[in-house]
Design a protein around this ligand. Structure first.
Ligand code: DI6
Ligand code: FE
Length: 411
């Protein structure tokens, strides 16, 4: 079989599980066909028969080839401006106090409801390009600033539209259970009824949601309310994930695991019991150091415990206007290493293999392996550890998403 494209001339970090540090092949080659990985190995072993007249040749240029990066937790679609809240929080009020005082999520909801679909696309597109400039080829985007049937569906349609037009895979998550909207003020259970009976079925029916998320926290929803949302989601065949234990240990990790969640996210206050439950259920731990830094948190997530129990660790930006105005996944990797002490290899696995698992796409993306999508990024670095080491100093040389090759992505 002839390859559509061949990459050689540098290292290949496959990030395949059990393949040694970074799955590194120092002088490697990768061949692709029809947007899939066809062959991978040391360059000297590359079968001559793979190259033909129609094959495009790509030079790794003495750098490294990695899987396309995956940002598995973002709230990229929103209108409005929360920089004043940022300033107020630095002046002394806490994130939870801001949420209660009408700033917080509900202020973004108001601005997002007022925006048209086209306006939201125009606002989110440059954010998506920012992420892509860091070698991100797959982005999860949550709703959760609509908090009504039409506005949640609007957000999900905007996410799908962005995915269709920006050369990035977009995976959507319905986060209607993010906050109680003003129409249901003081009646969170009535809002959860509405989510379960109206919003969730409509999103599922329209094929707009790839997964369902909820915010389990004292300032958001209780375990019983989250369970109702998750039971409804799973009855519709949708996988679930949870914002858990960010501000306090509310048993969120164990709750997520009890629903076989793909991931539990944040997890600063997760207990050993929660970690054990996640290990048993195969739930990925998604760490969000941008939110940790922005809200001024002081207790890092229990990384040693995740390691001890073999819970896969992913890293994401949590890009959102309130708790994590971070639009660089490479910076999130650096933060995860500096703030949470992840090794650079763990940080890279966190935005490739384990981020794919957090989206239920572990067999499709996140590693360079035969049969996987040919989402590949060339980096001008001497070693893949540099991706977590530098702060704002590295950009991809080229990005390929399946068959599409983008020149160096300029924002
Ligand atoms: N946790 C977060 O970090 C974001 N949502 C959530 O449930 C914050 C959203 C915001 O403050 O706008
Ligand atoms: Fe979040």
């Amino acid at each position: 079989m002839q390859a559509d494209a061949i990459w050689q001339g540098g290292g290949v970090a496959t990030m395949a599980r059990g393949a040694g540090p970074y799955g590194a092949i120092p002088d490697g080659a990768v061949a692709t066909s029809n947007g899939r990985i066809l062959w991978i190995g040391p360059r000297v072993d590359l079968p001559k028969s793979l190259a033909g007249p129609a094959t495009t040749h790509h030079d790794i240029g003495g750098g490294w080839l990695t899987p396309g990066l995956i940002d598995c937790h973002t709230h990229l679609i929103f209108a409005g401006d929360r920089s004043a809240e940022f300033e107020a929080r630095l002046g002394g009020i806490t994130y939870a106090e801001a949420a209660k005082s009408g700033r917080g999520i509900l202020s973004t909801m108001a601005a997002t409801r007022a925006a048209t679909e086209a306006e939201l696309v125009a606002l989110a597109a440059p954010r998506l390009k920012r992420l892509r400039a860091d070698g991100v080829t797959t982005v999860e985007i949550k709703s959760g600033y609509g908090l009504s049937l039409p506005d949640e569906l609007k957000m999900l349609r905007v996410a799908r539209a962005l995915g269709a037009t920006h050369g990035v895979r977009v995976v959507t998550t319905l986060l209607a259970a993010h906050a109680t909207p003003p129409e249901f003020a003081g009646r969170p259970d009535a809002y959860i009824d509405h989510v379960v009976t109206e919003i969730l079925p409509a999103a599922a029916q329209a094929g707009l949601a790839d997964a369902v998320d909820a915010f389990a926290e004292a300032i958001a929803f209780s375990p019983a309310q989250v369970s109702r949302v998750f039971n409804a989601a799973r009855a519709l065949g949708l996988p679930v994930k949870l914002h858990a234990d960010q501000l306090a240990d509310g048993g969120g990790a164990a709750l997520a695991a009890s629903h076989h969640a793909l991931s539990a996210d944040h997890l600063e206050y997760t207990s050993e019991t929660g970690v054990r439950a996640m290990a048993k259920a195969g739930t990925v731990a998604v760490l969000l150091p941008g939110a940790y830094a922005t809200v001024g948190a002081t207790q890092p997530p229990p990384v040693a415990s995740f390691r001890a129990h073999n819970v896969p660790i992913a890293v994401a930006t949590d890009a959102n206007p309130g708790s994590s105005p971070l639009l660089s996944l490479l910076t999130a990797m650096n933060f995860a290493s500096c703030l949470f002490r992840l090794t650079p290899e763990e940080a890279l696995a966190g935005v490739t293999r384990n981020a794919a698992a957090a989206l239920g796409l572990g067999n499709e993306i996140g590693t360079i392996a035969v049969g996987c999508a040919a989402d590949l990024v060339v980096w001008p670095v001497n070693h893949p550890r540099e991706l977590a080491y530098w702060m704002g100093a590295v950009a991809p040389t080229s990005i390929s998403i399946s068959n599409q090759i983008f020149a160096r992505p300029l924002v």
